[in-house]
Structure formats: C-alpha cells, structure tokens
Design a protein around this ligand. Sequence first.
Ligand code: SF4
Ligand SMILES: [Zn+2]
Ligand SMILES: [Zn+2]
Length: 467
Amino acid sequence: MSSTKYAGEPAARFMSFGAGVQSITQALLIKEGKLEKPDAAIFSDTGWEPQGVYDMLDRVEREIFHPLGIPLYRVNNGIIQDDVLNPNKMRGIPGFTASKPYEVEVVDRWAICPDETCGWRKLRQVKIDSVEDSSEMSLFTVVSADLTDMAGLFDSVVMVPERATLDDLDELTRIAEQREDDDGDDDIIYSDQVATALRRAGLDRLPEKHDACRSMGVIATASHTEIRRDYGMLNRKCTQTYKLQPILEQVRLLLGCVVGEEKLCRYCNGERERVAPWRAKRGETEVAECSVCEGTGVISRVGQPPAGVWAEQWIGFSTDEITRVSNRGDTRYSKSRYPLLELDMSREQCIEYLIARGWGDVVKSACKGCPFKSNAEWRRMRDTDPKAWAETVAFDKAYRNGPGMNHQRFLHASCLPLDEAPIDVKQAREWKASTVPDQVYAARLKLADEGDPDGCSPYACRSGNAA
Ligand code: SF4
Ligand SMILES: [Zn+2]
Ligand SMILES: [Zn+2]
C-alpha cells in the first residue's frame, strides 16, 4: 500500500450500518456528540434479516438519523434466499454438505500374497532394520512410498517404473545426485532407497504388477462393510456479494461517480436469456433469465472516483472483535476506520450503553437461514418466531440440491433437515450419531452449539475471524 494512497482529508465519511449492537451504539454516540457526524449511513440488505432488524433499522432512522440529518441508504444486490434457490444463479451461502451414504469395504485381516512368484510378497516379507529406522515397516512400504515420490524422475528419463532394473535405479540415483548438485536442493534420493530395498529382498528389478494382490503383497481374508458419508462446507461469498459489493457501489455513487454506459451483456449476447453454463454442462437445456445482466441484456457499472478521492468507512468492530479487523474491504477510494476501537468499547460495554439509553432490545443482524447460527439461536427462532422458523425449515428442504452439486446441502451442521436437527442437545457427545461417529462430525456439532457471538459483517467472517 503506498503511503500517498489516502492522502489528505477524506472526501466524505460513511458509516456501514448493520442495525446490530455495535452500529446502533455508534449512532447513539454520534447523537450524543461523542463521535462526529458522518455524511451518510449505508445498510446493505440481504432481504433475509429477521423482522426485528428491519424494525430496529426504522427506529434508528426515525429517532436518530433523521433528526440529525444523516441520510440512511438501504442498498441490496438481490434477495439472497431467492437467489440461492434459483438453479439459474450461482449464488451461495456457507451451507454444510454431505454426500449420500455409501458403503465401504473395511479389511479386518490381511494375509501375505499366496503366490510365491509375486515380487511384492517378497518385499512385504522382509522387515526393515537398516534401510529406514522403523523396524515395523516392510520393504514394501518403502518401495511403494518412494515409487510415488519418484514418479517425476521416472517421467523425466522416460523410464517405465514396472520395468526398472537395479541398473536403471542406479542411473536414476546418479541423475538425482547430479540435479542436487545443480540446483542446490537437498532432495532425498528415493531411487537409491528403492534399489537398497530391492537388493535386500533379493530382487534385481521392480516386481511386475500382480493382479491377485493388486501389487500390495497381501490379500484381505476378512472384511466388513461400513456406511460412510463425506462432509464439507461451502464457501462463504455471500457477504461479499450481498453486503460489501452494494455498499462499495453506494460509496462510489456518493463520491459522485456516475453509472457508466450500457454495454451488451456478453454472457447472453444481449439476448436476455441463456442456459446457465453449469446447467448446460449437465446436459440441461432450460433457458432462463441471464443471471449476469438480470434479464436486461445490458450491463452498466458505476464508475471509479478520480485518483486521490477517498472516503472514510466506519466499521463497528468492538474491542472483543479485534481479530476480525482486516483491510479486506479497503479499496483505492474507501478506507476503514473503527470508532469503537478508538473509544476502547467492548461488546459488553455497548450493550450496557444501549440498555442505559432505552435501546436494550437490539437483535443480532444475520440472515434468518445463516448456517453459522448456533443451536441456541435456532432454538430461539423456533420458540419465539414460529413464522420465521416455518419459512426457514421450508427453505432448508428446498436447499438440499444445489446447481452442479452431487452432495446435498443443509443449514445445520448435523446435515439433517433443520426440523430434525439436534438443536436441543447442548453437548455433541449427548447426541447419538446414528450413522457416523466421526470426529470431524462431532467437532461440527460442537461448533453448532457454540455458534458465533457476532453478527454478519460485510467486513469480516461470521466465524469470528478476519476473512
Ligand atoms: S448472515 Fe450468513 S448467510 Fe447471511 S450474508 Fe452473512 S454469512 Fe451469508
Ligand atoms: Zn502378489
Ligand atoms: Zn446477460
């Protein structure tokens, strides 16, 4: 970052307003003259906030911003829950994913390959006491691991590993040593280890492939099947798309930038409709509104301010959120500032401050169906806002299959439908994982219990860390 990047005074001061504890505290501090007055406040609306957040937004506008003459801009980039369910849009939230259950064969007992001519069997039988330090390792382990590491060497001298003789391996060692001299890297010379292993097993070349033991030197004699699922989590691009992008666009507009000339949308060639590329890839042919130009056939963007023109962007991180601070949202024309950090205020202090002034009922700002919700938050929604709960349960059901995905998507970490998820269980261990008693799974359930104390900020990850 050049030191002249944000030279002089900012052209304007804007406040990123999320309508949560910290941003309302900032608004009240402005009202009480403890912070200077910004030129505007900007709220980015995902369209999926709890009603309490919208109510609070109206109240702040009415009771604080309006009397102070601070305009509040409500910006958006579409309605997140509609977009996420639209197969013609590639929009996502950080949902939990699980593959369909599948069976795997788990070997209980191994026996040495019964074919006496099998070279891999010979390697298996010779235990190591000198090639490597582990006495439990078989030569097979050394050879197979080193063969993998050697793949590049084999390639570069056009040598077929299955046909390599001891002479070939010695040649590889010579080449590797030469390379090491040339580039100064201290590569381990795997070919030398493989050659040593072969010599100790009384072999003069690498064993040929053996189908009966799949070149493993051992065969399974007892096994059972297990049901498994693979788990994952989707990327979180939503705050960027639905919060940061529209805020920055508004900042540019307020800095005097104009909406650029309309250009023909090259994604649909101005046709307004197309088959979404990820659907076409799957052989689907349904034509739908082009998601890039949103069915207008043209694209126009808000321009960039001239060099040197920049705005201060107030972000309401409190002292307990110091790890969320990053310059992620900074651009050439927008520089972050953290008034609550300057005033050394923690979230607790903000809450006390709000209560003392009659603003004690602030709701955490986050999408109703955000997968980062803790079990406590899910319970609260279920028990106090049945309408929002019913909507979110229905959303979760509709969310199961995503565009171009084989895995299923879920809002709850348990990868169960929201209305069946173990949200009443406080400890992961109390919950009987009926299918997969897996550590990763247990860790996810624990996370679901604890959740994230902070709201969703365009400037930080919801999981409490700077993104
Ligand atoms: S609340 Fe959750 S789903 Fe909504 S924008 Fe933030 S991270 Fe995404
Ligand atoms: Zn064999
Ligand atoms: Zn288009």
